[in-house]
Design a protein around this ligand. Sequence first.
Ligand code: CMP
Length: 148
Amino acid sequence: MQTTLIIIKPDAVQRGLTGELLSRYERKGLQIVAAKFIQVSEEIASKHYAEHKEKPFFGELIGFITAAPVMVAAVRGPEAIAICRKINGATNGVEADPGTIRGDYAVSKQLNLVHASDSPESAERELALWFNGEIIDWSRQNERWITG
Ligand code: CMP
């Protein structure tokens, strides 16, 4: 089992897609183990995107993610990190396959609706940053019908 971080970004929230996008991870069979609707601070944004600090688009990235509220969630399941990356599709909406979130709803690299951790190390770091001590370990009654 893996747990990964999902951010439903400001563009998706503004477009009224929060529920639709969160439900895609849930319908796949992943379990929500934390979620909150928040206005992101510059401090959290800079820590979250620390690996992009030297990139030319870093300032824009921080401006975008702090511009309006986001929904942040932690989802759990077998290979959850890879599954969520597939559900999201390629970073650039222009290149993302139809059927993925970005393939269906995005035409931009920055306005790409969602974020998901890209490795077990990133997931651990991001979950600690966004949900320190807030993850709820709960059991689904129908687990055996989902993960076997
Ligand atoms: P995300 O998965 O949140 O992680 C890093 C983000 O940087 C990525 O999604 C994109 O939204 C953003 N990004 C990547 N490349 C560019 C770019 N060339 N210009 C603007 N934003 C970018």
